[in-house]
Design a protein around this ligand. Structure first.
Ligand code: UDX
Length: 440
């Protein structure tokens, strides 16, 4: 059993900390925000992640998981320190690692014995060397430490499941000692023969970006295939299905849509492309994926505008789905933001509904109306855009929807509404790559 501190209680730190305490280790999730720690100590979870409440409660009750805003003492009391602070995108497209740097200094100043310091946050390739130097330069006494990279592969909305049942654990380490300590942390997974891959630190950092940027590239690729399907009357779902039968391609992440969002793909693709340029290289594929993604978001706006007569002026448009994907309240870089801003800019008004993300959107966008149901949001609408594939939207009763709208006009950016039924109810509709729409 190891004593472990996670610094940073966002969805990575909290999920990973609770997950590792579930493996039987003693974990402190520490954060600079006293308010966040107070919320956690009151048994409330400040982020929406299915299953996280139960995982936290079970391990807090078992005495394996605790929360503290006293980061210094938490460091002193632990064998392993995970850095799990945010690394947001900075203006020039690179990742902002200022929080990682300041935490590294704090760790150095509180090293009272040999410890393993592990970065879980997604950091630019090469950050490991920088953090090691910062710690070495700020160590107070002659204690030793080892640094490892242990990137996370968690998806928002399924982070608990992704942590407890990972496809692989990547540990970038300089030596056997630190690798073996980290292997012990993940031992229970090892028993379920989950591969624990031992690499160098820089290779571990590269694996994270290479994997994430590839997933984003795959999405931009199927989006572009979908657009061509529209031009030629092919059905992208059947194309994707047939492609996915090839084991080399796999059916996953071949769902066309309005463009990817979230706190990772936009940031990680930008950081990867910037890192290439900083090394006198151009990552053409990822730069193209970034460009294709913005094109896709803009294309959805054009589709909606065409559906409501070529302009948004005085049009009432309902947006169903605000989060960047289902099962999360996170709206960062969500395609719904581009749509809402374009409608407002064009002189239209927006009525929005999301099962859980209304509040998060309300924090960043003003003068739109939020509703508690799709029925209320679609009342008197001149058009509806489905932007997130929440399950409740799959079951929308088109007869009822038609009755409450001004005009039966629908843009399905997630291809979840049955085309045959849209035709039966005489909707004017459009979608992404289905080769069958009547929005001529
Ligand atoms: C992603 C990676 O999947 C995860 O491994 C990494 O650790 C963090 O970044 P996340 O951003 O939480 O996870 O969500 P993800 O499920 O990957 O979706 C990202 C975006 O891509 C969403 O906007 C989603 O709608 C979109 N997407 C995903 C598609 O448009 N099509 C797909 O087939 C899959």
């Amino acid at each position: 059993m190891k004593k472990i501190t996670f610094i940073g209680t966002g969805y990575v730190g909290l999920v990973s900390g609770a997950g590792i305490s579930d493996f039987g280790h003693k974990v402190i999730c520490a954060d600079i925000s006293k308010e966040k720690i107070c919320t956690l100590n009151n048994g409330e979870i400040p982020i929406y992640e299915p299953g996280l409440n139960d995982l936290v409660k079970k391990n807090v009750d078992a005495g394996r998981l605790s929360f503290s805003s006293n980061i210094e003492n938490s460091i002193k009391d632990s064998d392993i320190i995970f850095i799990a602070v945010g690394t947001p995108e900075s203006n020039d497209g690179s990742a902002d690692i200022s929080a990682v740097k300041s935490v590294a200094i704090l760790i150095a100043e509180n090293l009272n014995d040999y410890k393993v310091i592990c970065t879980k946050s997604t950091v630019p390739v090469g950050t490991g060397e920088l953090v090691k130097n910062i710690i070495s330069e700020n160590i107070n006494n002659n204690v030793s430490f080892d640094y490892v990279s242990n990137p996370e592969f968690l998806r928002e909305g399924s982070a608990v499941n992704d942590f407890l049942w990972p496809d692989r654990v990547v540990i970038g380490a300089d030596n056997k000692r630190s690798f073996n300590i980290m292997k012990e942390v993940y031992d229970p997974l090892y028993i379920n023969n989950k591969p624990i891959l031992n690499t160098s630190i820089v290779t571990a950092e590269m694996i994270k970006y290479a994997a994430n940027a590839f997933l984003a590239l795959k999405i931009s690729y199927i989006n572009e295939v979908a657009n061509l399907c529209e031009a030629l009357g092919a059905d992208v779902h059947q194309v994707a299905k047939a492609m996915g039968k090839d084991g080399r391609i796999s059916p996953k992440f071949l769902h066309p849509g309005p463009g990817f969002g979230g706190s990772c793909f936009p940031k990680d693709t930008q950081a990867f492309a910037t890192l290439s340029r900083e090394n006198e290289l151009t990552m053409n594929t990822i730069e193209a994926a970034i460009k294709a993604n913005q094109y896709q978001k803009d294309r959805m706006v054009k589709k909606m505008k065409h559906l409501v007569g070529g302009h948004f002026k005085d049009k009432k448009i309902s947006i169903l789905g605000l989060s960047f994907k289902p099962n999360t309240d996170d709206v960062r870089d969500s395609a719904s933001i581009d749509m809402i801003n374009a409608i407002k800019k064009g002189g239209g008004s927006v009525r929005a509904y999301d099962p859980i993300a209304n509040e998060m959107m309300n924090d960043i966008i003003d003068d739109i109306k939020f509703f508690k149901s799709w029925e209320d949001a679609c009342l008197d609408a001149d058009g509806v855009a489905i932007m997130t594939e929440w399950n409740e939207f799959r079951a929308i009763n088109l007869e009822q929807l038609k009755k409450i709208m001004n005009e039966p006009v629908l843009l399905d950016t997630r291809n979840i509404i049955n085309i045959k039924k849209l035709n039966e109810h005489n909707f004017k509709f459009d979608n992404v790559g289905r080769g069958d729409h009547n929005a001529h």
